[in-house]
Design a protein around this ligand. Structure first.
Ligand code: HEC
Ligand code: HEC
Ligand code: HEC
Ligand code: HEC
Ligand code: HEC
Ligand code: HEC
Ligand code: HEC
Ligand code: HEC
Ligand code: HEC
Length: 410
């Protein structure tokens, strides 16, 4: 009994705000009676607009106090349903209105429509009437538009690849354009795709982090490449100061993708730099091209290889010392530093300057040598102690036997 009263009062508390909002708004009440769960009036509870207090009539117009759709359709301000081409301006009525948006959420940008107009999507839709490109609701959905922070939103980072990929990964849908349709597939296999989709690392880029949200276009090869530098600042800085910077501009090579590609970016291997296949350097440099390109590549490769070898050898000796139960905290710490030097040497490849890379590897080599020799000493110490222990045990045994004999005689 008590339970029932409680249940009723709780459900009334929950239902009241919705009911009172709906009561003064006939649009939603009437539509909810008519539509199934997939209808706009039911979906809308997941929509950011509804959640922030906006109603059907805020977008569609019409007088919400009327109780007949024909009257609504004739009422002042009724906008009806926008066509595919009209959607951007339908949304922009509010989203490009800086003073309106400021009242609701001052931190929300109001440049989406302006940027959209510059994108390949916007250009094709608005200038050529091409309704296969994305408009606002192809990316944001409709009646369940979410804030990108909500996991159910079509613009939540983990959902973006699928949002863009539903068109860009559909070969038949995209057939008339003659552009590749392998971006989603490549992306999923890339370091970035795996980091985002499998490890849920929100620091890894989704499509929009490289292409922009609304300017989705490659406006120029150089500007989209520069995007890599937002996250990989060291590599970009080194590249900018390297001889490749000017050479790539002159030849119109995009700066990072030339070596790493764009969608299917894999984990780089040391073999990528060098003077023999599969090194990427050999694609442009040859030994007689009049540059020090290939020689540089060879010497960087040799430097890094040496450090990898030294690191691995040091690790083997250190592991033996650890197995023997010696105190190896300092050596473990130092080996970690060797690893850091190696990581930094790999990053320094982007200076394309062998002196800088080799200098870095030398620092690492010295540390690796210390790890190796210190660990070897620890292992020697272990054997020395064991020998000592053996001698001591033997000595004690002899004394014991002597004592025993002596006692027996007495
Ligand atoms: C008394 C019920 C009722 C009320 C109140 C009502 N509608 Fe409707 N609405 C309907 C029905 C039924 C249809 C479908 C048939 C039609 O178009 O007349 C419809 C259709 C629509 C459509 C689609 C029209 C099209 O061209 O396809 C929109 C948009 C819409 N309503 C918005 C609203 C808005 C906004 C309000 C409030 C201002 C509202 N409705 C109030 C019953 C209602
Ligand atoms: C943020 C703005 C926005 C809000 C709020 C909104 N709509 Fe819509 N609605 C649209 C847009 C845009 C379309 C066009 C969809 C399309 O082209 O597929 C649309 C289409 C429709 C349609 C026709 C197509 C369909 O999906 O059935 C109906 C009916 C409709 N809305 C009813 C409603 C009702 C009822 C509400 C309130 C519960 C509502 N809308 C709230 C933007 C909105
Ligand atoms: C009646 C004015 C109006 C219309 C029309 C409108 N919006 Fe909104 N929109 C808002 C307001 C107000 C907010 C909530 C701002 C807040 O309080 O955070 C919002 C929020 C959003 C957000 C979430 C922003 C965020 O990250 O917090 C998205 C996305 C969005 N709208 C997309 C659209 C799309 C797409 C359309 C067209 C189908 C549209 N809106 C039409 C007023 C409108
Ligand atoms: C090609 C897909 C795409 C199209 C087309 C698109 N958006 Fe977006 N929109 C996004 C993505 C992705 C985000 C950002 C999500 C995030 O913050 O990570 C976003 C963010 C937003 C936001 C939140 C504020 C902001 O700027 O970050 C609003 C509001 C918005 N879009 C409205 C619109 C409107 C209005 C249109 C049509 C003129 C539109 N969008 C067209 C993909 C799109
Ligand atoms: C509704 C389908 C659709 C959706 C969703 C969509 N696009 Fe597109 N996009 C297209 C079509 C169609 C073109 C036109 C292709 C052309 O003209 O080459 C295009 C063009 C592009 C281009 C320019 C390609 C070129 O070089 O010509 C880029 C970049 C792009 N889209 C990125 C994105 C991103 C990123 C997203 C998601 C945030 C996205 N698109 C969502 C359909 C879509
Ligand atoms: C790490 C950055 C990055 C990510 C993530 C990314 N792209 Fe790209 N995308 C690029 C670059 C760079 C280009 C090449 C631009 C050029 O050369 O003009 C490109 C080109 C494109 C093109 C033009 C056609 C082509 O393949 O050359 C489309 C369409 C596209 N990307 C869609 C997507 C989609 C969809 C996603 C998500 C599944 C995505 N991109 C993710 C960087 C990225
Ligand atoms: C939004 C930030 C962001 C952008 C933009 C970005 N990346 Fe990344 N990138 C990451 C993160 C995070 C990882 C680490 C993924 C992992 O291994 O967990 C990564 C990993 C990588 C790796 C592998 C590194 C390794 O040691 O395994 C390469 C290579 C790479 N990115 C190249 C690029 C290129 C080229 C671009 C531009 C076309 C780019 N990235 C754009 C964040 C970004
Ligand atoms: C996409 C083509 C391309 C690739 C790949 C490439 N380079 Fe280059 N590199 C060039 C061009 C073009 C120049 C300028 C040559 C000139 O000045 O005539 C250059 C110049 C250099 C220079 C300066 C040469 C000098 O004599 O001053 C070095 C060093 C260099 N590259 C090293 C490398 C290394 C190491 C790799 C592999 C990791 C590599 N390059 C991969 C195109 C490339
Ligand atoms: C001329 C070819 C070339 C260009 C251009 C290039 N890289 Fe690399 N990159 C390499 C090679 C080779 C390696 C592998 C080095 C190794 O593992 O020994 C590498 C490794 C990396 C790594 C993993 C190692 C590390 O530094 O953490 C990242 C991340 C990376 N590159 C990002 C970038 C970015 C961002 C750009 C553009 C600013 C870029 N690369 C431009 C050749 C290039």
């Amino acid at each position: 009994m008590l339970k029932n009263i409680l249940l009723i009062s709780v459900s009334m508390l929950v239902a009241l705000p919705l009911a009172s909002r709906a009561q003064e708004n006939n649009c939603i009440t009437c539509h909810q009676d008519l539509e199934d769960q997939d209808g706009p009036s039911h979906k809308i509870v997941r929509d950011i607009h509804f959640q922030k207090g906006l109603m059907c009539n805020d977008c569609h117009g019409g007088d919400p106090t009327l109780d007949d759709m024909d009257d609504v359709a004739e009422s002042k301000g009724y906008r009806g349903v926008p066509s595919y081409t009209e959607v951007p301006s339908f949304c922009a009525r509010c989203h490009s209105d800086a003073s309106y948006m400021h009242e609701h959420n001052p931190s929300l940008p109001t440049d989406q429509f302006d940027k959209y107009k510059t994108s390949v999507h916007g250009q094709r839709l608005l200038k050529k009437g091409d309704t296969k490109v994305a408009n606002c609701i192809s990316c944001h959905s409709v009646h369940e538009i979410g804030d990108a922070k909500f996991p159910h939103s079509s613009t939540y980072p983990l959902n973006i690849p699928a949002t863009c990929g539903k068109c860009h990964g559909d070969t038949e849908y995209m057939s008339q354009y003659g552009i590749p349709t392998d971006q989603l597939e490549g992306y999923k296999k890339s370091v970035h795709g795996k980091a985002l989709l499998e490890n849920h690392d929100l620091g890894a880029p989704a499509c929009n982090d490289c292409h922009g949200n609304h300017g989705a276009a490659p406006p120029g090869v150089s500007s989209i490449s520069a995007v890599c530098g937002n996250c990989h600042a060291f590599q970009a800085e080194l590249f900018d100061a390297s001889p490749h910077k000017q050479a790539y501009i002159e030849n119109d090579f995009p700066m990072c993708e030339t070596c790493h590609s764009n969608h299917l970016i894999v984990q780089p291997l040391d073999a990528m730099v060098g003077d023999a296949e599969p090194a990427i350097c050999t694609e442009c440099h040859s030994s007689d091209d009049g540059t020090i390109g290939l020689a540089t590549a060879a010497s960087i490769n040799a430097g890094i290889k040496k450090l990898v070898l030294a690191h691995n050898e040091a690790e083997v000796v250190l592991n033996e010392a650890i197995e023997k139960g010696m105190l190896t905290t300092d050596e473990e710490f130092l080996l970690n530093e060797v690893k850091q030097e190696l990581i930094q040497a790999r990053t320094l490849v982007h200076s394309f300057d062998s002196t800088r890379v080799v200098e870095k590897t030398k620092v690492g080599l010295l540390k690796a040598d210390s790890v190796k020799s210190n660990s070897a000493s620890l292992i020697d110490e272990y054997y020395f102690r064991r020998k000592g222990l053996g001698v001591a045990t033997l000595f004690i045994t002899i004394v014991c036997i002597a004592l025993w004999i002596r006692i027996k005689r007495l």
